[in-house]
Design a binder for this molecule. Structure first.
Ligand code: NAD
Ligand code: IPM
Ligand code: MN
Length: 365
């Protein structure tokens, strides 16, 4: 039978709660598909800091590199917020993205028919939204040098960062985006700040040049401030969006709210080769951690992306997606997507209902 090693990185806050649900879902579809999973749980983020003194221990990175795919919960929390930069949980996350060279972060935002009422937008605006943010993940201002703290000419303290993109970085993310758009509805919107930033000027130039290789894809450009507005005004105008690291971070959180909740949005981070990294787009939600309130579906859907994009196990991925829809159809809701008349459940119970749906669907098939 097909056998895979999956590294699990539960992390902090709600991370362990949602990872436990996703792991059970993976295990169950694996048994149905005759696939064998070896799970290896490793510390990362604040949990790793407390255990080993660093946010990404070498053993964790090497385990991740040696596996077929990596599933991450979330990292971060108040306890470590004032740590020096190299000792922040978030630094560990950037290190694993860089270490695995996963430069392409796919963040789909789909309004499920079951959740139209959970969106804060009017029904007619939200209904039918289906977009994909392709976020550059290992470059830009997150990694650019020079960076640091210093003093200015008045002797005042300064903090500084650099937004920088090289041609090869733009080209490879643009290619992923053109190919993604080609498999979807053939529309690509490149979002930048080319009216102000040199890094964006080069970005727009390269994306425009590459477009000639994808004549079947309709390319447009938009400034990021306008894009933030257009996402709320008329999100259905978007199919695939490609953008830099920081704009993609912000716009994908914004897009999540169109769909009802950040607790629903999954992501896949892919490189040229090697294991992909799969994670919900939300954080460790310290405000609800440890209370069994988290929505585990973003992580369950990230596990589906792991099966599809990471392992090529399309059928197993579809089983998980179908089970999520079925659970919603049966009326189960965590607090973030709850509306009157439905069944309010916690993270664990939501997970159990997803497992039931996975079992039922097979019985029905
Ligand atoms: P967050 O995404 O953790 O939380 C924002 C809000 O959304 C909170 O009110 C939270 O309760 C809610 N929320 C998030 N996920 C949810 C879920 N699954 N179900 C229900 N509600 C959910 O963002 P934040 O509060 O800005 O950051 C908290 C910590 O997480 C910080 O330390 C931050 O650095 C970190 N963070 C980590 C990641 C990651 O690990 N990939 C991503 C974003 C933020
Ligand atoms: C995300 C998070 C991270 C990011 C932080 C925690 C480093 O917000 O995964 O979206 O900015 O990429
Ligand atoms: Mn983010």
């Amino acid at each position: 039978s097909r056998s895979y090693t999956v590294t699990l990185l539960p992390g902090d806050g709600i991370g362990p709660e949602v990872i436990s649900v996703a792991k059970n879902a993976l295990q169950l579809v694996a048994s149905q598909e005759g696939v064998d999973f070896k799970f290896k749980e490793m510390p990362m983020g604040g949990a790793a800091l407390d255990l080993t003194g660093v946010p990404l221990p070498e053993e964790t990175l090497s385990a991740a590199k040696d596996s077929d795919a990596v599933l991450l919960g979330a990292i971060g929390g108040y306890k470590w917020d004032n740590n020096e930069k190299h000792l922040k949980p978030e630094t560990g996350l950037l290190q694993i993205r860089a270490g695995l060279k996963v430069f392409a972060n796919l963040r789909p935002a789909t309004v499920l028919p079951q959740l139209v009422d959970a969106s804060t937008l009017k029904k007619e605006v939200a209904d039918g939204v289906d977009l994909m943010v392709v976020r550059e993940l290992t470059g830009g201002i997150y990694f650019g040098k020079p960076r640091g703290f210093g003093t200015n000419e008045n002797g005042e303290e300064i903090g500084f960062n650099t937004e920088v993109y090289a041609t090869y970085e733009i080209d490879r993310i643009a290619r992923v985006a053109f190919e993604t758009a080609r498999k979807r509805r053939g529309k690509l919107c490149s979002v930048d700040k080319a009216n102000v930033l040199e890094a964006s000027m080069l970005w727009r130039k390269r994306v425009t040049e590459l477009a000639s290789e994808y004549p079947d894809v309709e390319l447009s450009h938009m400034y990021v401030d306008n894009a933030a507005m257009q996402l709320i005004r008329n999100p259905k105008q978007f199919d695939t969006i490609v953008t830099n690291n920081i704009f993609g971070d912000i716009l994908s959180d914004e897009a999540s709210m169109i769909t009802g909740s950040i607790g629903m949005l999954a992501s896949a981070s892919l490189g040229e080769s090697g294991p992909g990294l799969f994670e919900p787009i939300h954080g460790s939600a310290p405000d609800i951690a440890g209370q069994d309130k988290a929505n585990p579906l973003a992580t369950v859907l990230s596990a589906a992306m792991l099966l599809k994009y990471g392992l090529g196990e399309e059928k197993a991925a579809q089983r998980i997606e179908a089970a999520v829809l079925d659970t919603l159809d049966r009326g189960y809701r965590t607090g973030d997507i709850y509306s009157a008349g439905l069944k309010l459940v916690g993270c664990k119970e939501m997970g159990e209902e997803v497992l039931k749906s996975i079992e039922c669907k097979v019985a029905a098939a």
